[in-house]
Design a protein around this ligand. Structure first.
Ligand SMILES: Cc1cc2nc3c(=O)[nH]c(=O)nc-3n(C[C@H](O)[C@H](O)[C@H](O)COP(=O)(O)OP(=O)(O)OC[C@H]3O[C@@H](n4cnc5c(N)ncnc54)[C@H](O)[C@@H]3O)c2cc1C
Length: 389
């Protein structure tokens, strides 16, 4: 792996404040010191680095843009730069932080009772508890509104039955936010690890996000107290608003993966020689690839920054975030595939980070709304016509 000194073709750093650059530098150093020396080993072993949960909490990563309960209260741009640097390390770490903060802490913060907030937010922020978000089911992914998981009221309790699939951090979570159909529509329930009838099983054989835990959750007559339902989230807009938070971080995170791949391809092309001992970077076909990669990465940086600035002013909405997620993950995948090509045979080896990022980005393209679904969200925004069905 070649040294990384940041990617800034268009003086975009000049658009950032000193505080924003400080967050980026701090996370970059953490990733260079604690993640990059070991990530290939964790990925090969299919192991999530649980020992980093605590240090990441001490750096304020969890729920970083939330206020109160010990959260760091970062701006959305600071938060985005943090996600960018984390994913330069690996999508698995960014995914863990996204789920913990945007998909578990955010809904408790936005829709929970004061008791729920006090019970969970400090522990989740301090990494004493891990959370997961159970929306997807084996038969319902892009269309979560069709979910079969049910919650029925029984005296002072709710009884949950169903199955959730592809749940990040599922088997290591102390609390699962499970979305279920009730007589009054979709509601969110906090289900603690160890509750009778509740179990998690890891999905094996992944070629992507290998350093992340991905599980199925099974709920069979799981009784939770009435106070475990989020009181202020009702209908599909509850989980969808959480996804908007997480997708925002993904839009920035994908940039980090793109930057890592571009940097690797550029340095490799300058040092690798073929034909008359000339660097492959001297060939026009390689330069065209590099020109495309840096152009798309630079455009993606500007998109992320503008959505971040709008979000900080309370003016970003879910369609803006869809454009960010859709575009930046797509260009990151394109950059990773070009980088893999430039590295030749070395491009498929885990001595270089490119193939790992490329495989990770396949998941990132699918989760949190697939590329197609974000196309339809933007399409609906500009035409006023829904085209999902
Ligand atoms: C590693 C990983 C981690 C994940 N973590 C979580 C998690 O923590 N919590 C959680 O709840 N879920 C999680 N997911 C699930 C993820 O959100 C879903 O996989 C995603 O929503 C897509 O659903 P699906 O896989 O069922 O695909 P499907 O919905 O079956 O889609 C398959 C294909 O059909 C296309 N398609 C579907 N509908 C349409 C349409 N109307 N028009 C055009 N094309 C369409 C899709 O774009 C896709 O290309 C994770 C997934 C992965 C891979």
């Amino acid at each position: 792996m070649f040294p990384f000194h940041g990617i800034d073709f268009l003086e975009i750093d000049g658009l950032l404040t000193e505080d924003e650059k400080l967050v980026r530098r701090t996370v970059r150093e953490f990733v260079s010191g604690e993640v990059l020396p070991h990530i290939e080993e964790w990925s090969r072993a299919g192991r999530f680095p649980q020992h980093l949960i605590q240090p990441m909490s001490e750096m304020g990563f969890y729920g970083a843009s939330l206020q109160g309960y010990g959260c760091a209260g970062m701006s959305n741009v600071q938060y985005g730069l943090m996600m960018q640097e984390l994913e330069r390390g690996d999508s698995s770490l960014r995914s863990f932080v996204s789920v913990q903060g945007s998909l578990v802490m955010y809904p408790i913060h936005a829709y929970g009772s004061e008791d729920q907030k006090r019970r969970w937010l400090p522990d989740l922020q301090q990494g004493k508890a891990v959370g997961c978000f159970g929306l997807t089911e084996p038969d319902f992914g892009s269309n979560p509104g069709g979910m079969r998981t049910r919650a029925a009221k029984d005296g002072g309790a709710w009884v949950l039955n169903g199955e959730k699939a592809w749940i990040t951090s599922g088997s290591i979570a102390d609390v699962a936010l499970v979305w279920a159909q009730t007589e009054d529509g979709i509601r969110g329930f906090l289900v603690e690890k160890g509750t009778p009838g509740f179990s998690a099983k890891d999905i094996k054989g992944k070629f992507s996000l290998r350093a992340s835990v991905t599980s199925t959750l099974s709920l069979q007559d799981v009784r939770v107290p009435a106070g475990n339902m989020l009181p202020n989230a009702s209908g599909l807009k509850g989980p969808l608003s959480c996804l908007t938070q997480a997708r925002y971080g993904i839009g920035w995170g994908a940039l980090g993966a793109a930057m890592a791949c571009y940097n690797e391809a550029l340095e490799y092309a300058k040092s690798r020689t073929q034909f008359d001992n000339r660097p492959i970077a001297s060939h026009q076909l390689i330069q065209e690839k590099l020109a495309d990669m840096i152009t798309e990465t630079t455009k993606a940086q500007l998109l992320a920054l503008q959505v971040g600035r709008l979000k900080d002013q309370g003016r970003a909405d879910f369609a803006h975030v869809s454009m960010l997620k859709r575009n930046n993950v797509k260009i990151a995948l394109d950059v990773a595939r070009s980088a893999r090509d430039i590295l030749g045979a070395n491009g498929i080896s885990d001595e270089y980070p490119v193939f790992r990022h490329m495989c990770n980005l396949e998941s990132v393209s699918t989760y949190e709304g697939t590329h197609n679904i974000h196309t339809l969200i933007i399409g609906e925004r500009v035409t006023g016509i829904q085209a999902y069905k």
